[in-house]
Design a protein around this ligand. Structure first.
Ligand code: SF4
Length: 495
């Protein structure tokens, strides 16, 4: 899709974070980590960093920018060791500053180095920050990110005879929210996942025997690692000279993010045994059954709308075509666009193929609608390129609620689904984006396509059921609670 997170008027996806760790003596771990992060670039494009441990000390190199902007041959050469820990960041807690780039680094009172990378968002950020502040570890006025607070608490509790592993076993049961955490003391690599397993985290093995842990299985493939298994929710995995060990800090209570299947993850990743591409294809097929359209051509909004569009075309028997060319390298350039460039908006990212589109009744398949601005601009552009009709089909239900678990959506009042006539929101959104017809896949079909049971998934941004609760320090929490109460009241007074 263009940008479900276009609340800042941007055309880049605004996602979460990616983590990648490797334990492999004798291998070039900094370069393996670099390529792992490269494969996970879609999960965070604001900052990148790598920590390398050699058994003695940890060296961290991080900066704002894409992986390819942050690192070069020289910086990677300087990172020598047997453990690599990498992080791609998109700001979800704390600001976008160098200090908030990861991996985080803290030194324990006994001199142990601790580096940590985190994907997710904690719901008890405020409480943990207060605890860390009480211990003199952070200054709350500096708005420390949840990741820094976790790193500070871990390091502070690491001492002679009570290593970082024991500190983690005491800290993680107290932490609430979404976290896939990789950390190291320079000797072992540790990987932990919240008891609900909101974000994915998988383990693979290199041909030479080394171990890799990554946010997505596609990153394992890209560095030549064989998928071994997922890190279980509530599990702490330890990789060191003795091999791989597992400890449990909480019971598993699966609530994986369904939006990973729809949009966030790469299609060539597998989450909890289900191919993301397979899920998207199935959603597209189901969408064609649930919402047929009279069209001449199915076109995707590249890239994340593509598998669902293929599925839609297969099931509807309407030909599939590429009607929009994506400028794949526009990325986050860090160059402020001038007013003239800004006005190009969507054109910076997508260019319509007039000869494919002209005179056609198009079925345009996209993965989600958040604010609707991008779809409105896209439909206008397609009509200008000669489309006769534009029928929009969306591979997820309407997004109505923000995510508190690591994805940056707009505030609930900015979401288009909350700004149209509640009696017929689909028709309201259709009018707003000026489509000839509009349909969303049902929640049931989306969940079925993930091949996970509905009670083991989080679908809060669609249904408003927040399985891990809401953070006390986020202004959207109170707003969501009020809106949910109003909805419940309205529903109960309906005849
Ligand atoms: S609220 Fe939405 S994006 Fe966030 S974890 Fe749940 S399903 Fe995923």
């Amino acid at each position: 899709m263009l940008s479900p997170f276009d609340d800042r008027g941007e055309t880049e996806p605004r996602e979460e974070c990616g983590v990648f760790g490797v334990w492999a003596p004798g291998e070039d771990v900094s370069k393996l980590t670099y390529y792992g992060l490269y494969a996970l670039q879609h999960r965070g494009q604001e900052a990148a960093g790598i920590a390398v441990g050699d058994g003695d000390q940890i060296v961290v190199f991080k900066d704002l920018g894409l992986v390819s902007q942050v690192f070069d041959e020289q910086s990677l050469e300087a990172l020598k060791g047997h453990i690599g820990l990498g992080h791609n960041r998109y700001t979800t807690a704390g600001g976008n500053s160098w200090e908030n780039a990861q991996p985080m680094f803290r030194m324990a009172p006994d001199g142990t180095d601790v580096a940590l990378g985190h994907n997710g968002n904690l719901v008890d950020h405020r409480e943990l920050t207060q605890e860390a502040a009480r211990l003199g570890l952070v200054d709350p006025k500096e708005n420390p990110s949840d990741s820094l607070v976790m790193c500070a608490l871990l390091a502070a509790d690491t001492r002679e005879g009570h290593g970082v592993e024991e500190a983690a076993m005491e800290l993680f049961p107290k932490v609430k929210g979404a976290f896939c955490v990789l950390f190291t003391d320079g000797d072992a690599l540790y990987a932990a996942r919240d008891p609900q397993g909101v974000r994915p985290l998988s383990i693979g093995q290199l041909a030479g025997g080394g171990w890799v842990v990554a946010s997505e299985t596609a990153a394992l493939d890209i560095v030549g690692a064989r998928f071994v298994r997922d890190v279980e929710p509530g599990e702490l995995v330890i990789v060191d000279g003795d091999g791989v060990r597992s400890r449990r800090f909480a019971e598993t209570a699966h609530k994986g993010c369904v939006f990973e299947y729809v949009y966030l993850a790469r299609p060539d990743s597998v989450i909890r045994g289900r191919s993301v591409n397979g899920a998207r294809l199935q959603i597209g097929r189901k969408l064609a059954e649930e919402a047929p359209a009279d069209g001449d051509l199915v076109i995707p909004v590249p890239e994340s709308g593509t598998p669902a569009a293929v599925g839609y075309a297969q099931a509807s028997r309407i030909p599939f075509g590429q009607g929009l060319m994506k400028n794949a390298y526009v990325g986050r350039t860090f160059i402020q666009p001038s007013q003239t460039i800004r006005q190009l908006g969507i054109r910076l990212k997508l260019n319509p193929l007039r000869e494919v589109i002209e005179g056609k009744r198009l079925v345009v398949v996209d993965d989600s609608i958040v604010r609707g601005n991008t779809q409105r601009a896209l439909i206008k552009m397609l009509r200008e390129a000669g489309a006769k009709e534009v029928h929009v089909r969306i591979a997820s239900p309407p997004v109505k609620w923000p995510c508190f678990y690591g994805i940056d959506f707009a505030s609930p009042t900015e979401l288009i689904a909350n700004n149209v006539d509640a009696a017929d929101p689909v028709e309201g959104i259709r009018k707003e984006i000026d489509a000839d017809s509009l349909a969303f896949v049902s929640t049931e079909a989306m969940i079925e396509a993930s091949q996970q049971s509905s009670d083991e998934l989080c679908a809060a941004c669609f249904d408003g059921v927040f399985p891990l609760g809401m953070p006390s320090d986020n202004p959207n929490s109170a707003l969501v609670e009020t809106m949910l109460k109003q909805q419940a009241k309205k529903a109960s007074t309906k005849p």
